[in-house]
Each structure stands twice: as C-alpha cells, then as structure tokens.
Write a protein that binds this ligand. Structure first.
Ligand code: ACM
Length: 358
C-alpha cells in the first residue's frame, strides 16, 4: 500500500503536480500497532503539520487514528476492504465494504459449493463484524454456519489446530477466512497438511491477496478462492498500466494487491479533489471529493457523496498454479457502497447475475 501510494505521488509529480506544485509527503511505519498508529497520527498533525493522511490496513488501526484525524480537522484516505458500520465525515473509504466483497463471496459459494460453512478469522473487529454479516446472509438464504473460530493476531501454527479439527469433524462446503497477516500462510499450510482439497472444500477468503499467496508454495495455495475488487490479473487498460508501472518501479516479482490498487487510485482521487477545490484545506476537499469519478485499474470508480465510501467492481478469483488469480466472476455493474448493510440480501441486484469467464 505504501509502494502504491508513492507510485501515484511520483506519477502525479512527474506530470507537474497539482495546482502547479508537487505533492510532498512524510512517511511513517506504524508497525501494525494501533497504539503506534495513534501516536504517529498525532505527530503527523501536531508536529509535521500534515492534514491529509493515506493508509491503514487493520480496522483496529483505522479506529485508533480517526479520533486524531477528527480532532485536528484532517482527512484520512483508507484503502483497505473493511467491515462497514462506520462513518466519519473526515474519512474516505476506497476499499470494499461488506456489501462489495463478503456478500458476493457468500453468494458465489452458495451457488457453486453448497451452504454449510465454517468461519475462521483473526481475533479483532474486522473478522467479528464481517462474520456477523456473513452469518446473517447465509442464514437468510437457509444455509448454515457450523462454527466460528478466532485465532490470535500473532498466530502460531498451533493456533490453527482447533480450526483444522472442526473442519475435519464437520466437512463444510467451504471455509470462509478473515485471517490476516502472517497467520494466513500458516492456515493454508495447515489446511494442505490436513489433506483438505481446495477443489472440494476451498478456503474462500476476504483477506487473502497476492501478497499472502506469494508466501506459500504453489500447491498449498492453488484452488482457493478470494473476493476483491482488483486482482493483478485484471485486464483493463488502466490495470495493465498500473501493474506494469508498479513492477517496473518495485520489482517484477512484487505482488500487486487490491489494497495497493485502492492506495494508488485514492491518491489520484485526492489530486482530482485538490485541483477542483483549489486548496488543500480539508473542509473544502471533503466537499470536492463527493461524486468524483475516476478510471481506476479495477474499472470506473466513484466516490459516494452520501457516505464517503466508493462504488466498486467486486470480483471472485481462484488461485492458479502460477499463484495468480483466475477471475471466475466479476460484477456486471458497479456496486454502490452500503456500509450499514441496509438493503442487501443474497438476491441483491449488485451481486447478480453471475457472468462466467471462459
Ligand atoms: C481490515 O481489518 N479492514 C482488514
């Protein structure tokens, strides 16, 4: 995400910046710690006099910095898929909310694999809330959640034993994963070691991207599913340009993820708003941001002025032998963000009809 943010800033500056000036930045590494996130957010705004912040992966970290962003009347651009059920006038969410990722995944699984699931997640707010939404959707469609298991954020291989035991016992149709971080590799390895078949009983993940897949042996990852608005294999002209530029800048083997894509296009959204507002005063930017439309790598995206989330293009991918995602399905129309999950059911217009690719 940091790489993609830098890439966008470099590209914009190479074209002369915005309003005749380059974008300059201050970079910190909060080490995935909510406490450090909050301290650095304070430092950015109190000492560095920064008002516009890009980044944040775990929802716990976003929730740690938002009070500082709000207190300093700043602005946060958050590029990660997340659970929804949040609104800050000072936050723009460019990753998928649950109605743009979890819903499509649940629906795909029920159409193609069955209706009995086990949920495995990391022990924090994003997996809890996402699993609550998935449970509602699956139960509403007469499916069944057989168990819901949480592992620590700093998971060790042994932490997956209970999950493996429950999966053996119940033999679900799929296992829905919201595990994050280094635990993802351990989980997929334990799954392969237990002899579970990705074809018969895939791990279907909201959190597993090219970056996690790249840490695994190909036979461990192959056949498992992920839901995201962007995969490295998306073939739009903007995606090809973005992936080529990213690899030219950071290395040909570097994975390009959905979070990187959102981190990249949100800088362009910001630049567009800056140009439109004529100032970097966050209060003016907020007004300029609503309704901005941009040709992002995933497709044409739009900032929803009503809730500050983004209209996106959900996709379902399956890991192939090259550890890339074959895209099995993509939304036929752009899906509006519904972070409070007011309307969706599995029959929601945004998730139908399925368009299968050859
Ligand atoms: C996340 O915590 N939003 C992945």
């Amino acid at each position: 995400m940091a790489n993609a943010t830098h890439l966008a800033i470099e590209e914009i500056n190479a074209q002369g910046g915005v309003l005749g000036r380059p974008i300059s930045f201050v970079d910190y590494d909060p080490k995935a710690s909510p406490r450090i996130y909050r301290e650095l957010a304070f430092k950015l705004m109190a000492e560095d006099r920064v008002r516009i912040v890009f980044g944040g992966y775990m929802s716990s970290c976003r929730k740690a910095i938002l009070p500082e962003i709000e207190a300093f009347r700043g602005l946060l651009f958050y590029p990660t898929f997340y659970e929804g059920f949040e609104y800050s006038p000072r936050c723009f969410y460019t990753g998928a909310a649950s109605n743009q990722s979890a819903l499509q995944l649940a629906r795909y699984l029920m159409e193609h694999h069955g209706s009995r699931f086990i949920l495995v997640g990391s022990n924090y707010v994003f997996p809890y809330e996402t699993n609550r939404v998935i449970t509602d959707l699956v139960t509403q469609a007469r499916g069944k959640i057989l168990d819901e298991i949480y592992v620590p954020l700093d998971a060790k291989p042994d932490d997956f034993k209970r999950a493996i035991k429950q999966i053996s016992k119940h033999a679900p149709d799929a296992v829905i994963s919201t595990v994050v971080g280094s635990g993802v590799k351990m989980f997929y390895e334990a799954y392969a070691e237990a002899g579970f078949s990705a074809a018969a009983m895939p791990i279907a993940a909201i959190t597993t991207s090219e970056a996690e897949i790249r840490t695994m042996q190909p036979e461990v990852a192959k056949g498992h599913l992920s839901s995201a608005p962007f995969f490295e294999t998306v073939q739009t002209p903007a995606a090809k340009r973005f992936v080529a530029a990213y690899k030219a800048r950071f290395g040909i083997t570097e994975p390009v993820t959905a979070c990187a894509e959102a981190a990249y296009f949100q800088v362009y959204v910001y630049a567009r708003a800056l140009d439109k507002a004529g100032t970097d005063n966050p209060d003016y930017l907020i007004r300029a941001l609503g309704g901005i439309e941009l040709d992002a790598p995933q497709g044409m995206v739009r900032i929803d002025p009503a809730n500050h989330h983004t209209e996106l293009w959900p996709r379902i991918g399956r890991v192939n032998a090259e550890r890339a995602f074959d895209i099995l399905w993509e939304a036929p129309i752009r899906v509006k963000p519904d972070p409070y999950f007011i309307a969706p059911t599995l029959d929601d217009w945004g998730s139908a009809p399925f368009v299968r690719r050859a």
